[in-house]
Design a binder for this molecule. Structure first.
Ligand code: ATP
Ligand code: MG
Length: 351
């Protein structure tokens, strides 16, 4: 049976960059069946909701989902359930993608780009594995109310179950085995019970299933400091939802432009992963052909590697992007003047 890839272009620059990624996929894996559907504001305009049941079912029946971006000023004032961002959250929940992979990789060709120099760390190559479906983002009880004495308060609950930690830690171990074999697990075990539990569970799992993996632990505040001080010490960083969010944005800034950063969100084996650029819908440049397609193209690279089991095609895409950059291809965010289409063609030329 043919493998299926579902494109969810979404809003803003989403359609421009997913079209670029689809063009690349057609070249490196021509036998994959590519479908397309609506999400976010585009879906609200058509169906009144940011994600229909049909589209979620279609996503679940695919082998991988490539999403562009959702949101924009047009829908910003809508009530919570009618916001484009809810489409993305419902999709993540519906696919149960609990492991969010954010590589922070610096392309050698960009090290000398003078417009980026202040941010870029030469030779940087690390992967952050963030738990995506639990922790303080979802824990109950949560709320804003008043206590017995009438004092107003806001609160959230940080809670992790053993299976939730185990499944994401397993992903981190597996990824490390294909890299330098080192996992640094991050929490605040000095002040949080859920952090201490996290550390103990990861340690136990490592004893049982950590063959070929060197495990270390770091407190989240120290990790933030070390990421800025000496980022190249890390191989794989494993973190919960909240710390992973903060640390992956920190690491992102060491690589250059937001237009270069892909992400993958994976569920249990055999279910489709969700792949998307880290950047948003960028309404300020939408529809002008100015968007850098690399983040979407590299998200496609991750789809080929992690959900479609085509490492050779993924390697080809990675090399083509690196070579195109080396040959001087640059969109505006990288200090050049290529359009989205011209940048895509420059990458295709290298395939
Ligand atoms: P969101 O809330 O969806 O994350 P945002 O407004 O925080 O959206 P982006 O939409 O990513 O963030 O845009 C941030 C800035 O980066 C904007 O100035 C945008 O033009 C720029 N930008 C984002 N993606 C790209 C891209 N692929 N190529 C070039 N510039 C980009
Ligand atoms: Mg943002």
């Amino acid at each position: 049976m043919k493998q299926k890839l579902l494109l969810l272009p979404g809003d803003g620059i989403g359609p421009e960059v997913t079209a670029a990624a689809a063009k690349i996929a057609e070249l490196v894996a021509p036998d994959i069946e590519i479908g397309e559907a609506l999400v976010g504001g585009a879906s609200i305009d058509q169906h009144g909701v940011p994600l229909t049941d049909e589209v979620l079912a279609q996503a679940k029946a695919s082998d991988a989902v490539l999403l562009g971006a959702v949101g924009g000023p047009k829908w910003a004032d809508a009530e919570r359930t009618k916001r484009p961002e809810m489409g993305l959250l419902n999709l993540r929940k519906g696919l149960d993608v609990f492991a969010n992979l954010r590589p922070a990789y610096c392309f050698e060709a960009l090290v000398d780009a003078s417009t980026l120099k202040r941010n870029v760390v030469e030779g940087l190559d690390l992967m952050i594995v963030r738990e995506l479906t639990s922790g303080v983002y979802f824990g109950e009880p949560r709320g804003i109310d008043s206590d017995d004495k009438g004092v107003r308060r806001g609160y959230d609950m940080s809670i992790y179950t053993a299976p939730e930690i185990e499944r994401v830690a397993r992903v981190a171990f597996e990824i490390a085995r294909g890299r330098d074999g080192r996992v640094c697990s991050v929490e605040k075990s000095n002040v949080m019970e859920s952090g201490l539990f996290w550390r103990n569970e990861v340690t136990a799992l490592h004893k049982a299933h950590g063959d070929g993996v060197e495990l270390s632990h770091m407190l989240a505040d120290a990790c933030a400091m070390e990421l800025v001080r000496q980022p190249k010490q890390f191989d794989v960083i494993l973190a919960d939802n909240l710390f992973g969010d903060i640390l992956s944005d920190t690491a992102a800034m060491l690589t250059g432009s937001i237009g270069m950063l892909p992400s993958a969100s994976l569920g249990i084996e055999g279910t489709p992963g969700l792949f998307e650029p880290v950047h948003g819908s960028a309404p300020d440049i939408a529809g002008q052909g100015l968007a850098n397609p690399c983040a979407a193209i590299l998200s496609m690279e991750m789809a080929l590697r992690w959900s479609l089991a085509r490492p050779d095609a993924a390697d080809r895409v990675m090399k083509a992007v690196a070579h195109a950059l080396k040959a001087g291809a640059r969109t505006r965010d990288l200090g050049g003047d290529l359009s989205t289409g011209a940048m895509t063609d420059a990458i295709i030329d290298q395939l």
